[in-house]
Design a protein around this ligand. Sequence first.
Ligand SMILES: [Zn+2]
Length: 298
Amino acid sequence: MKTNFKNAFLFLSAIVLTTTSCSKDEETVSNNQEEILSIVDEQPNHLEGDCGYVDGNWSPTAVLSTTIGTSAETNFMNTQNSKIAAVWGRPAVPLRFVKDPSNPSSTFNAISYGSGKIYYGEAIYNAAKAQSSDNIVNAMILAHEFGHQLQYTYGLPSQNESTARAAELEADGMAGYYLRRPTGFNKTSFSQIAAAYEFAASIGDNCTTCPGHHGLSYQRRSAVRLGFLLGAYALNGPNFDYNFFYYYSGVLSGSYKQNAASSEYFNPEIDAYIRSHAEELRRIQSGEMSDEEYFNLN
Ligand SMILES: [Zn+2]
């Protein structure tokens, strides 16, 4: 999930004048809610300490935490957070966990904020953790959320659509990229990540006209596959974006994109490599490829 913020300074002014409560007024959903609370983060003992209020994206009874599961699990997530950022040559952003003992299922979400932080729900963490012993699904979800941080930083995705699909599919691709990188999760075979990825696809959506549309399940599969393929090369955010959409736009339209090689990011070696997988990507996103074949891709 991705949230944007605008006019933050207007709201910063407002919060200075209304620092007293967890009132419903402050829960009024606005695109700026998370930006208000990021300032709160820099002022300890304010709202979150007084009444547990996180922000309008979470339930009123949710609380923030710096831990998740055992200390080893907390260390795992914090380590992943650092490694994901390092793979992209970026500083890590603050990672907090959201818990709600009185309404546990309400925390089945992870949010990347435009103010530069990631809030990660306990319920989605636990569900993802149950998928595999190496906790790869949580690493992937976190990598997806950090992908949104790259988008905030660099003004990506370069391709705009009427829904969030382009941004979400690119974040899926960035997650697939991270799972392959040697200094990332270092999974050299796609079959090692495909089954885990299905968890994220399973919580996707088929509402192609909804503003928050994440892409069809098959498209998400194809996006993570393309990201994984691009993981054979060291790319920064803008470079990844160029390559991702150079190929993905063609895949979505059912053809290899014959584009002028005019960008500084165009790399003949990458082009030859991805071109050799273009038909495969097309078959994934069209739904022609079987689960078995997908799970066993190299
Ligand atoms: Zn997302």
